[in-house]
Design a protein around this ligand. Sequence first.
Ligand SMILES: [Zn+2]
Length: 289
Amino acid sequence: MSIHGYPVIDAHAHIMPMRMIKPGPLAEWRKTYGDKVAEIQETLEDPQKLLAHLDREGIDKVVCINYIARDLFGFTEEVHDYVVELCRHAPDRLLPCGSVDPVYSKDLARDTEQLIHHYKIKLLKVHGPHAGYHPDDYLRDKPMLAKFYALAEEAGVPVMVHTGTSIFPGARSKYGHPMAIDDIAIDFPNLKIIMAHGGRPLWMAEAFFLMRRHENVYMDISGIPPKLLLTYFPRIEEIADKTMFGTDWPSPGIPGMRVNAEAVIKLPLSEESKRKILYDTANRLLFAR
Ligand SMILES: [Zn+2]
């Protein structure tokens, strides 16, 4: 499968149980999708419908982003049962992502081990702005977060950290500052870290610096309008090996997977860079392990 000859991985799509989202935040989806929300919700619950959607969109593989965000959205540990069951239907195309909850968890090490060894989660998400903590809080009041990173590092499971702002009511964007990752990359040198959204729209210079400074720091470009990609990252070809295409679909305001991939293909980048960004980097880091 390909789009204009390019195979495509969406390394950041919110393939999640929308039924869990509270009415308040769900209103944000209604603003973009109106009465289509029910249809999207069904697509995300039914593996056959989801795979058919990916086929129509020309998307080869997708990373199914899930994380605990109890207070903001209503997402609890239940998201892991959902995503593991869903991905079981096409393990070569659907990759399960989950998270721990450093704010409410009583035993972060046990939760991390369960995700890695019982659920076989392939990517761990850290979402500061939606779950209410700094990714480097192991240096302050959450020492057990160090255990979380150490276990992920030891198991070879990459960690995706939300970087940049979030516009959902109640989201605290200060927790999205990417410089916290500088410490994490130093303290856990073998941990693969993916900066979701490349710090957009405020901290792209920091994100670019971190990718050049740390061998194991990567980014996805989800949530960045493709037409702004080169404005945000004018030297993106230097980091194409560490950059992954992603859409954030079906987050409010996202046009769609195919539309976004086509827009990236139209950018004045070398064919080699486009192949890396659209497929190779994510495939190497997440699917070919
Ligand atoms: Zn996202």
